[in-house]
Design a protein around this ligand. Structure first.
Ligand code: SF4
Length: 695
């Protein structure tokens, strides 16, 4: 008889690029493999609930296709012809190529490139230490947060807000620009608790009728990038109907009378023409906010994916100020809690080695950079060597044709440290096998909540996988990069990061399991004033002084509207390109993560674009037909699905499928643009004009 497996339940944290950063309970079987993953019941934000794709994580971590050994390219780039190589030989080769690139063009020819495949503060951020010590090209992180964060900070002065657990104490929860039924499931936990226990209403605002919209009491369907118009109309109604909180406005805001005057013409009828949303729906939304001062606006990253996203996010956050919702428990606006953690990342990121004279390159513009566009490069030094961790730019970056052309360059050396043979790994010269989160020690902060959590190593990795930290230490040694961070273990780095930032020690964190970093009520609700010198919420921000980590201004920053508005900077439809395309996240994928697991692939079926049936009929497109989408950046072949949960003229392609899932290998980001968003950069993944025709 087989001996039953010894099952231990161990604590961990979800490392993926999702604001929920769920506290996990993991079944570890016989100390070697993992079973089911559950949400930690005793974590007040996770509250026992996680998304399905992470619950079945065993499928990913024990996937037969995991990379297990270092590989060196033997055939042409992209051919998939690799040979096994030892770790020492692989790291020697990478170091030799980096030193050669540096000798030929200077240190800025090397560009360490990473993103949020893990959100761990040790494994994600350590690459910056190598960058700074070696004076490699800098990295302006833009692909995700910049427009949304900037828009929020423009009003409050700070990236923080009321405790997200307070959603359960609201009378109305507005879920705007995020689809938590797919990812960030905990928002639904707290919002539905408010509905069950207090009769609260849930409003969802989105560009298609997704799972969250279906669960809402009021679903507000807008055309992409028109949220600013909707927000203005809601505020118009609040002023018009006597629900603007005059006392709050006088005490806590900058130009309330100027705003009121400005909004006089921003009627529901005006907004309806822009958003495509019926006047009655806009009025109904405004009425809910009017009747429920205790409204919690949970504003998501959808705002970040359009060219006017900064302005839209700011406009949405302004509603809570007009209504005075900030003052009440369960009221206010929340986007992310990044500012509450006060990290000192000197040891992890090597901030003591930063040289401000080194050029900085925009993450989102990797395509234009690699094909050598002068404005993207910033100087005449080409990028001839890349070190890539935790990201898959050949799939996820905009202007994919340029990205592919760049990666195909003969004079570009690429080392990718990955878990699977992604499109990016396939285009690399050296591929190194990477650990997953339960195979190394790391530390996490919640963006959508307020916990600091530990993710300890629970099992050994397969084959010869090594952690990001181990790779960086190995390279630093060979490259002559000296920094105390390279002499430490991940656990020592965690301990030091915690103590340098005023959060105690690793031993204390292990004893407590997590740290609840939520500021006190008055601070979180800005009851002592907003985070500007005069304490006033800004309806009229000075866009160029919004505090945000950016080396430059981007996009048409001088044209940004002074007050909340619909900013017509978007890729509006034209006669030639009559559709607007959004690439919203698929339920079973997370960016390009999970698009290798069998259950996720089976549930998502195939790359699909949703089109309104009336539009489809006009174009002679039957449900299930293959169609071609195109614009000046390229063409994509994809299957059409009739769906009346989009506005006419809008297409939604849930993403991100691997490029090879498309008939000709051209992924959806062939159509997205790498032009920078004002004021601090970003990529407009939901803001693309396209044409569509039957294939
Ligand atoms: S909801 Fe987000 S944080 Fe939670 S388990 Fe899923 S991907 Fe991870």
């Amino acid at each position: 008889m087989n001996k039953p497996l010894r099952t231990e339940i161990r604590a961990s944290a979800c490392p993926h690029d999702c604001p929920s950063t769920c506290a996990l309970e993991v079944e570890v079987l016989d100390g070697r493999s993992m079973g089911r993953v559950r949400g930690a019941e005793d974590n007040l934000y996770t509250a026992g609930v996680i998304c399905a794709k992470v619950a079945r994580y065993a499928e990913r971590i024990h996937h037969p296709d995991r990379l297990k050994h270092p590989l060196v390219r033997k055939g042409p780039k992209g051919s998939g012809e690799f040979a096994r190589i030892s770790w020492d030989d692989a790291l020697d080769l990478v170091a030799e190529k980096f030193l050669a690139a540096e000798a030929k063009h200077g240190s800025e020819a090397v560009w360490p490139y990473y993103y949020a495949g893990t959100m761990g503060l040790i494994m994600r951020d350590g690459i910056n230490r190598l960058r700074h010590v070696k004076k490699y090209s800098g990295y302006h992180s833009t692909i995700c947060v910049n427009p949304a964060w900037t828009g929020f900070i423009a009003g409050t002065g700070k990236l923080a807000g009321p405790d997200p657990r307070e959603m359960a104490k609201s009378d109305c929860v507005v879920i705007w620009g995020t689809n938590p039924v797919n990812t960030q499931i905990n928002v639904m936990t707290h919002a539905t608790r408010a509905r069950k226990e207090r009769g609260a209403k849930i409003v969802a605002v989105d560009i298609y009728q997704n799972g969250t919209m279906e669960q809402a009491d009021l679903a507000v369907l807008v055309r992409p990038a028109t949220d600013g118009a909707l927000a203005c109309a809601v505020m118009h109604c609040l002023f018009r109907d006597g629900f603007a909180d005059r006392e709050f406005l006088e005490k806590y805001t900058d130009v309330p009378r100027e705003l009121e005057q400005h909004l006089r013409t921003r009627t529901p009828e005006w907004a309806s023409k822009i958003t495509g949303t019926p006047v009655e729906t806009i009025e109904a939304f405004a009425k809910l906010v009017a009747e429920n001062k205790r409204t919690y606006f949970r504003l998501g990253y959808g705002f970040s994916r359009v060219r006017n996203g900064t302005v839209n996010m700011h406009a949405a956050s302004c509603i809570a100020a007009v209504r005075g919702s900030w003052a009440l428990e369960g009221g206010g606006a929340f986007h992310n809690n990044g500012a509450i953690y006060h990290w000192n990342k000197t040891i992890t990121e090597g901030l003591d080695a930063v040289d401000p004279s080194i050029r900085v390159l925009d993450q989102s513009r990797i395509g234009p950079i690699l094909v050598g566009e002068p404005d993207a490069l910033g100087n005449n030094i080409p990028v001839t060597a890349l070190l890539i961790q935790n990201t898959n730019p050949v799939s996820v970056a905009p202007e994919q044709e340029k990205v592919k052309r760049g990666f195909a360059r003969d004079d570009l050396f690429v080392c990718t440290h990955e878990q699977f043979m992604t499109e990016t790994a396939l285009m690399s010269d050296v591929v190194l096998p990477a650990t997953m989160f339960m195979e190394h020690d790391d530390l996490y902060q919640g963006g959508g909540h307020q916990y600091i959590q530990l993710g300890p190593k629970l099992i050994d990795p397969p084959g010869e996988c090594r952690s990001n930290h181990d790779v960086l230490v190995g390279l630093a040694k060979r490259l002559g990069a000296k920094h105390p961070g390279f002499e430490m273990t991940p656990r020592q780095l965690i301990d030091r990061l915690l103590s340098d930032s005023g959060w105690g020690s690793l031993a204390e964190l292990e004893a407590k399991k997590w740290i609840d970093a939520q500021p006190d009520f008055d601070t979180a609700h800005y009851r002592k004033g907003f985070a500007w010198p005069d304490g006033k919420f800004r309806f009229k921000p000075e866009w160029k002084t919004v505090p945000f980590r950016s080396p430059w201004y981007a996009g048409p920053v001088n044209e940004m509207p002074a007050l909340p508005d619909h900013w017509e900077v978007i890729e509006e439809a034209t006669d030639e390109h009559p559709f607007r395309l959004g690439t919203s996240p698929a339920r079973n994928f997370l960016n390009s993560t999970f698009n290798e697991t069998p259950t996720s692939l089976a549930r998502e079926q195939r790359p699909t674009v949703m089109i309104h049936p009336a539009d489809a009929v006009t174009l002679g497109i039957a449900d299930g037909d293959q169609v071609v989408l195109g614009n000046k950046r390229g063409e994509v072949r994809i299957h059409a699905k009739h769906f009346d949960g989009v506005r006419r003229g809008v297409l939604i392609a849930e993403s991100i499928w691997p490029n090879h899932a498309y008939e000709d290998g051209k992924g959806i980001n062939t159509l997205t643009g790498a032009d920078a968003i004002a004021p601090y950069g970003g990529a407009a993944f939901h803001d693309n004009r396209v044409w569509v025709r039957r294939a």
